[in-house]
Design a protein around this ligand. Structure first.
Ligand code: ADP
Ligand code: ADP
Ligand code: ZN
Length: 213
């Protein structure tokens, strides 16, 4: 099964994608996580991506598409994957479509996790991330067992540089301009499904599972 998670930054795509990956036994592929891992390792790709991420801008398509195609070409993606944070532009979606079609396959569903902008700002300021294993928490809604420490790997949790309110506003603007058109793109392909992302995390998950069957 090949699934795309759509939605504004902070809508809960990553949270849901991780649960879906576990339930269906397919990899969770997050371009943001790949970029952050590269920044941590101070690779050339990481340093280039950081310039854009810190400003709340999208990393250029050329760079992003390459890392995504390399990732989904790996063996563990043979039976499908959950894409989280990709595609984010129409050209990215077109490249993905073409690559999947070349294998004689297609994307099964694009799930739009819908959350209003006001709600997003609140979610992002409370988000805490583990840069080691990629786990995400929320100080009020989804707190870790021990404050500031990752349940899964014991590392320290941080507020991402790009989750500061000034950058979040910029990212939301970029989302509306460049990513939101994908809703129409996948709707025309007949694979778009909408879920109300403002519900409790478990209810959002149940709604998605009901769609996927
Ligand atoms: P969120 O879902 O919270 O917005 P992500 O981890 O998906 O965060 O992305 C963080 C940043 O990484 C984005 O703001 C952008 O700069 C960059 N990024 C991630 N995925 C893409 C992509 N598909 N295209 C361009 N930039 C991307
Ligand atoms: P995205 O990947 O779309 O940027 P995340 O999955 O990282 O979003 O979620 C953003 C923040 O909101 C995180 O702090 C996360 O713990 C929290 N969160 C996710 N889903 C919900 C939910 N249904 N209700 C409340 N908070 C949520
Ligand atoms: Zn961790």
């Amino acid at each position: 099964m090949k699934i795309i998670m759509l939605g504004a930054p902070g809508a809960g795509k990553g949270t849901q994608a991780k649960m879906l990956a576990e339930k269906y036994g397919i990899p969770h592929v997050s371009t943001g996580d790949i970029f952050r891992a590269n920044i941590k390792e101070q690779t050339e790709l990481g340093m280039e991506a950081k310039k854009y991420m810190d400003q709340g801008l999208l990393v250029p398509d050329e760079l992003t598409v390459k890392i995504l195609l390399d990732r989904v070409a790996k063996d563990d993606c043979k039976n499908g994957y959950v894409l989280d944070g990709f595609p984010r532009t129409i050209p990215q979606a077109e490249v993905l479509d073409k690559a999947v079609a070349e294998l004689g396959e297609s994307i099964d569903y694009a799930i739009n996790v819908d959350v209003k902008d006001e709600n997003i700002i609140r979610r992002m300021s409370g988000r805490r991330a583990c840069l080691k294993c990629g786990a995400t928490y929320h100080i009020e809604h989804i707190p870790p067992k021990q404050e500031g420490i990752c349940d899964k790997c014991g590392s320290e949790l941080v507020l991402r540089d790009d989750d500061k309110p000034e950058t979040v506003e910029k990212r939301l603007k970029v989302y509306h301009e460049q990513t939101q058109p994908l809703i129409d793109f996948y709707s025309k392909k007949g694979i778009l499904k909408e879920v109300d992302g403002s519900q409790d995390m478990k209810d959002v998950f149940a709604a998605i599972v009901a769609i996927l069957g």
